[in-house]
Design a protein around this ligand. Sequence first.
Ligand code: NAI
Length: 312
Amino acid sequence: MNDPKNNSFRYDDRVVVVTGAGGGIGRAHALAFACQGAKVVVNDLGVSIEGGELDDNSRSADRIVAEIKKSGGEAIANYSAVESGHEIVEQAMDSYGRIDVLINNAGIVFPAPFSDMTFEQWRKMLGVHLDGSFNCAKAAWPHMQVNRYGRIIMTASPVMYGAEYLAHYSAAKAAMPGLANSLAAEGAPFNINSNTIVPTAMSRMISQGLPTTDLSKLSIDPGDIAQLAMWLCHEDSNESGGIYEVGGGFIAKMRYAHSKGVKLKAGAFSAQDIEDKKDDIDNFEAPFYPEDSAEMTRRTGLDLENLAAFGE
Ligand code: NAI
């Protein structure tokens, strides 16, 4: 476990909400922030990896709160589903009077071949990850705006690239940077920062989800994810709109890369012209990295920023 002794990133008097903190990565977030002085709302619905009911109905959030209190920290448990984010934020406000950091971490996963995937399965996955992150952020937002201070983390996954039997999970996770970066843009005037973490860490999701992997060879401590979150969410941090991959001690920033591309005459080219230029379209030797959508559209030759504002 990461050694907090060399950590100067203090969170005294800060209130941190961690969703899905009853185990795995969420537990690591909760313990790490509490260790650095934060008051932590430990949210967990207490469900199976697939989001079903557990036989053991003892509340995992209670166990983590007890763990935090045993080491001298401060925390309260919350048992709401993230889909009801307002209940979680209400509890933070009732108990501690503010919310400074929101870590959207709760998650479920279950495989389903696309040919068999039902709309209910699709909605269940989007409900936890996407609606849950939206509803928690939406409930926290007005308080953060009033305080002119807030830090939000969305949790994506390496599976955001797409993966067999995980169309629902991949789609939900790929949506996280879009949500986080939009909040980063709208939050900037209010000192609200919003970033995405793409984690790999030991948890039941990995130990039960990757049965063929020799887990003893993997050094993927969930504490690594928590340290990145603490760095990103600190009051001195200016990081916002970033996507960070972390796992096994490796940390990297991710961004969208565009190939060399080709400029054809708008409204006058054919599929054959595309075929003729496919080498340039595929050429990533000198990638272009747009910082935002405006920069991206400028490159196409469209200057959307100078068009009339929407609705005018
Ligand atoms: P985990 O299964 O150990 O923990 C997830 C927690 O979320 C559980 O305690 C569960 O009860 C809770 N939860 C599920 N649905 C909930 C809901 N509707 N409301 C409130 N709580 C709910 O999984 P792990 O690995 O700790 O995952 C944490 C996050 O990291 C998830 O979003 C997951 O998708 C993501 N992730 C994890 C990876 C890994 O390597 N462990 C890889 C990529 C992404």
